[in-house]
Design a protein around this ligand. Sequence first.
Ligand code: ADP
Ligand code: ZN
Length: 763
Amino acid sequence: MRPGTSVQIDLGPAAFKSQSLVVNVRVLIDGPSELVFDYALPHGWKVVVGCRVRVPLRHKLATGTVLSISEESEHAQTDFTLRELDSLIDPEPLMNETLLKVGRWIADYYACGFETVVRSLLPESVRNEGNSAKTRRIAVLVKLPNEEELDKISRRAPRQHAILMLLSSAAGQRMATLELGKGADAPLRALQQAGCVRIEKEEVRRDPEADGVMEVLESKPLKLNSSQQAALEAILASVKSNKPKPQLLMGVTGSGKTEVYLQAARKVIDSGRGVLVLVPEISLTPQTVRRFKARFASMQDEVAVLHSHLSQGERFDEWHRIRKGKARIVIGARSAVFAPIPKLGLIIVDEEHENSYKQDSVPRYHGRDVAVLRAAFENSAIVLGSATPSLESWNNAQSGKYELLRLDHRADGQSMPLVRVVDMRVESRKHKGSMPIFSDALRTGLEQRLEKGEQAILFLNRRGFARALSCPKCGHVCECPHCSIALTYHRTDERLICHICGHQAVVPRKCPECKDPAILFQGFGTQKVEEVMAKLMPQARIARIDADAMKRKNALRDILLAFKAHKIDILIGTQMIAKGLHFPNVTLVGILNADIGLHTPDFRAGERTFQLITQVAGRAGRGDLEGEVVVQTATPHSPSIQFARKHDFDGFSEQELEFRQHFGYPPYAHCAVLTSRSTHERRAEFTLQTLHTRLKESLPKGLVLGEVLPSPLLKAHGQFRFQLMLRAGRARTLSSHVQGVLKRTSLPEDVTVVFDMDALSFS
Ligand code: ADP
Ligand code: ZN
């Protein structure tokens, strides 16, 4: 086009079309109802995702966060025009590029909306403008009048004089106005007018730990043993590398992994970069948190602990302290993986095998996997640590995708505890067929500990809701002939169903193995155990930790402290207390029913049982005293129990991986679950059937589609649940196929469909 062409020609159809493009900004409104609305971007404005904006809402203005930006032609819209953004609160977005990239990956991989991911990336307390930084007024001494003038002031205005004296004696010659006492306002104003004092605003941190916590004593680094030293050097080499490979630190319980983390973290901090420490759950890992605090006691302000009990204000402050690089060591559970640490140098995922890293609401991301991804995006080193690595991570280490670092011995030179397996079928025979809670061996063991003034922990395995049918006489468990997992008993229709392939069987009237009619359900709760224990040993001081006992704030902390101080002899709990606790005086650990986890309809049942026994056993004999573990089971021959007895992870993983490969389970395939829920049983089932049909129509190669089945927990929260398992070698194949079908299918309003990629729970 020649220069000087007339304006009319410029406005051809193409130009007109581009003019009618509307930039559509989707905004999440602050407030508990989390409304989402679209607005048009005024011409010439620039916003990015994560920006804070002010928008018109009905007849008022509201504040919100930009979730997404898209261009749309005006024709695509319906007859109403979008209202425009009112103003930008801050052109700086709350999020950085890497976290946005992580967010996009999560949305794709877990097949969920990007907007829901942004909500997770930016906690409500951070987005909400109501939670601004807390400030206080500070009086700063500008100039101190000379002696003569001071003398005059002291007679004429004694309050002003007192304030000047206080300020001149304060270090830095500044004090919070509050500290100057009541009634300081008027004299301060006078001093300000006279040019002696300046009033400033200062941000104050709402320190979650400010009250009630004693001063932390600094702990000095220990001299590492040779395997620890080798692990530390490998980690530091990875930190320095410009393309770090994830590392799996596999160390038996008590091998000194935490000491390695601490020393690695110190080096990274000293080099000016940040460290992220992920733990399964803050309240259940108080000792890990305390050890980090103690090691970094001299720079306490640089440590941020992202606790689920933080108030909105505290969370806001911690988040911004992290973002500004003021807190460079961040410790937190799953969601801390999104902590906006600048210049991240090292991520530590402690107890990487723990299920609680997987979020059980949308977005259903796995904190460990997201951490690995984030580390890759930021060229940060990442260490996954565990005594019982997940088979996924173990497999990655075997294939060379991860680097394997090992600590095979306890750091304090102690031997691993002796694990005794007690056959509960024999115990049941002794008790004329009824299953006792405590075997003779465990009871004697407890009595001995009590006499010697040592402590014991009793674990009750309560994984999942599903119940398998097992015989108390011979230990026989009804299994699926095709899938090698326990069949699930469905009370409603008196059937046994396989939750992998759908195989059904009638409920036997007597044990198929030993023909005894006593085949029944095992099961007792922590409360029952406590009751029976108290009767057996009235002199023992007993405490119980479970979800009920946890309801009171600090209840868990108080019980653990009392146990540490030996005000409690026997602690009873579920596996929630199996994590990272260290009690030197505990010499006996009992697992009351190691079986239950084994017979859940879940291909990871064996892995979980192995993990549980190994982790729990790690609680015994952590001091100078030797530890003993008693495992009660009706299936003493089961491999996961036998390998755990010998502390043999390699043996266990070898045999378990063989089984996984044979049946096409993770880590050799990705496994996802599609669940439908509704108060109408038929509609929930029908909806999933419809999806099943559609998924089948264009089934990509390599995708294995299961059958629609009632969930083991058929009815929960008043809703009926059905599920469908999918497996594929490639995660993307699975996600995108399901996402595509879900987009094309309109679901009835009263049915909720949930997609869980890399599902860990099948209840
Ligand atoms: P893990 O995290 O592997 O379970 P910890 O780091 O808790 O192991 O270490 C177990 C115990 O051994 C702790 O009491 C710790 O202080 C001690 N410990 C760790 N490393 C050393 C070392 N190099 N020398 C002496 N004791 C150590
Ligand atoms: Zn089956």
